[in-house]
Design a protein around this ligand. Structure first.
Ligand SMILES: Cc1ncc(COP(=O)(O)O)c(C=O)c1O
Length: 389
C-alpha cells in the first residue's frame, strides 16, 4: 500500500534510466564483480589540475559564502570570453550568462521559464532522455522528430516543418549529439536557425559536446549569423573539461529570459556551488592551458574512437555508427531483439555495462562510452565480440 499519491507535478516522473543503469554497474563492481563499465555519460579522466587547484584554493581561502544567484562575475566573464574565443561571436555580454548546477539545471530553468501547458517542443530522436522529461515537467509536450542512421541522425528542415504546429514553441538541438555523436553541419544549422526564426520558435542548443568533434569542428549557434533572438546556448564543463562532478553548466540567451531563469534558480537552489565556480573559471579562463587540455583530450578520444570502430567492424551482429563527435558508440543490433534485454544480458553474461536505446527513443541500439582507459575499452570490446560471436 503506497504511503501517498504523488502530486500531478511528478506523477509520471521516472528515475533517470541512464543513472539507474550506471548505479547498477557500480553496485556489481562494489560487490567484486569485474564489470567493464561503458555505460557512463562522462569521460573517465581527471579534471584539469589547474582547475582542481583553483577549487581547492577557494575552499582554503574561505570563499565559501553564498555565491551570487546567476554566478560569480569572474566566471560569467570567463564564459563570455571563452565563447568569443571559440565561436564566431565577437561580443558576449556576461549579463546574458547564467551559471547553474550543470547544463541539466540550466535546461530545466529555461524550459520551465519558457514553456507550459499547450506548448509543443520539438525533440529530434535519438535524444538525451532528460529533454523529454524536462519538457514534460514544465507542463509542455515533447514532439519527437525521428532522424535516421542513413540520414546521419540529423534532422532536416523538412522533418522539422512536418512536425511544426501552431503550438510549436521550441526546438531542442544537441550537436554533437548524445547518444549518436552526430554533428549538424554548418549549412544545415544555418537553415534550421533561419527556419526557427521565421516561425518564432525558441532554439535551445545544448552544446556540451561541441569541443569534442573528430571530423571537423562542430558549429555553435553562435557561429550562425542568421540566428534569431530566440536562441539559447547551453554548455558546461562536464565533458570537454572532465568536470562532471563539479556540477557547473550555463546558459546564454536574451537577458529577460536569463533574468527569469535566475529568479527561478534563486527560489530553488540559489547560486551553483562556489568553489566549483572558481574551478570552472580557471578551466575556461586562460586560453593556453585550456586549449592544451581540450586538444590532449581530443587526441586521446580520437584514438579510442578509431580503435573502437575498427574492432566493431570485425564483430557480426552489431554495427557502430561512426560518431563525428561526443564520446559514444551508438550501435545497432540485428535480429529484432529488445535492446533493454540485450543490455541486461551483456551485463549478466559478460559483465559489460552499456546503455540500451529505449531511453534515447530508439530501441534496437546500444550506447557504449569510449572515454575510458584504452585497456578498459579493449577488454570491453573483447567481451562484446565474445557475446555476439
Ligand atoms: C546532451 C547532454 N546534455 C547535458 C548533459 C548533462 O550536463 P551537466 O553535467 O552539465 O548537467 C549530458 C550528460 O550526459 C548530456 O549528454
Amino acid at each position: 500500500m503506497p504511503l501517498t499519491e504523488f502530486s500531478p507535478n511528478v506523477a509520471r516522473l521516472e528515475a533517470s534510466a541512464t543513472l539507474v543503469l550506471a548505479a547498477r554497474a557500480r553496485k556489481l563492481r562494489a560487490a567484486g564483480v569485474p564489470v567493464v563499465d561503458l555505460s557512463a555519460g562522462e569521460p573517465q579522466y581527471p579534471a584539469p589540475p589547474f582547475a582542481a587547484r583553483a577549487g581547492i584554493r577557494a575552499v582554503e581561502e574561505g570563499k565559501t559564502g553564498y555565491p551570487p544567484t546567476s554566478g560569480l562575475p569572474e566566471l560569467r566573464e570567463a564564459i563570455a570570453r571563452y565563447l568569443c574565443e571559440t565561436t564566431a561571436e565577437e561580443a558576449v555580454d556576461p549579463g546574458a550568462v547564467i551559471v547553474s548546477a550543470g547544463v541539466k539545471q540550466s535546461l530545466f530553468n529555461c524550459c520551465y521559464a519558457l514553456f507550459g501547458a499547450g506548448d509543443e517542443v520539438l525533440v529530434p530522436s535519438p535524444f538525451w532522455p532528460s529533454y523529454t522529461t524536462i519538457v514534460r515537467l514544465a507542463g509542455a509536450a515533447p514532439v519527437i522528430v525521428e532522424t535516421t542512421w542513413d540520414g546521419g541522425f540529423v534532422p532536416t528542415v523538412e522533418d522539422l516543418e512536418a512536425a511544426r504546429t501552431a503550438q510549436t514553441r521550441g526546438l531542442m538541438l544537441n550537436s554533437p549529439g548524445n547518444p549518436t555523436g552526430a554533428v549538424i553541419p554548418p549549412d544545415l544549422l544555418r537553415e534550421i536557425m533561419a527556419w526557427a526564426e521565421r516561425h518564432g520558435i525558441w532554439v535551445l542548443s545544448d552544446e556540451i559536446y561541441r569541443r569534442l568533434a573528430y571530423a571537423a569542428p562542430a558549429p555553435s549557434v553562435f557561429d550562425i549569423a542568421e540566428r534569431g533572438e530566440r536562441t539559447i546556448l547551453l554548455d558546461g564543463v562536464s565533458k570537454a573539461f572532465c568536470m562532471p562532478g563539479f556540477r557547473i553548466g550555463y546558459a546564454v540567451g536574451p537577458q529577460e529570459v536569463v533574468r527569469k531563469m535566475a529568479d527561478l534558480q534563486g527560489q530553488t537552489t540559489s547560486g551553483a556551488v562556489g568553489p566549483s565556480q572558481h574551478a570552472a573559471a580557471a578551466a575556461l579562463g586562460e586560453s593556453a592551458p585550456r586549449e592544451t587540455f581540450v586538444d590532449d583530450l581530443l587526441s586521446r578520444l580520437a584514438e579510442l574512437r578509431g580503435t573502437g570502430l575498427s574492432r566493431f567492424a570485425e564483430i557480426d551482429g552489431i554495427e557502430a555508427f561512426p560518431p563525428d563527435g561526443a564520446l559514444y558508440f551508438y550501435a545497432r543490433i540485428g535480429g529484432g531483439a529488445r535492446s533493454l534485454d540485450v543490455a541486461e544480458r551483456l551485463l549478466a553474461d559478460v559483465q559489460v555495462a552499456c546503455m540500451p536505446g529505449e531511453p534515447f527513443g530508439s530501441p534496437g541500439h546500444l550506447r557504449f562510452n569510449f572515454a575510458v582507459e584504452p585497456e578498459v575499452l579493449e577488454e570491453g570490446l573483447e567481451r562484446i565480440a565474445g557475446f555476439f560471436g
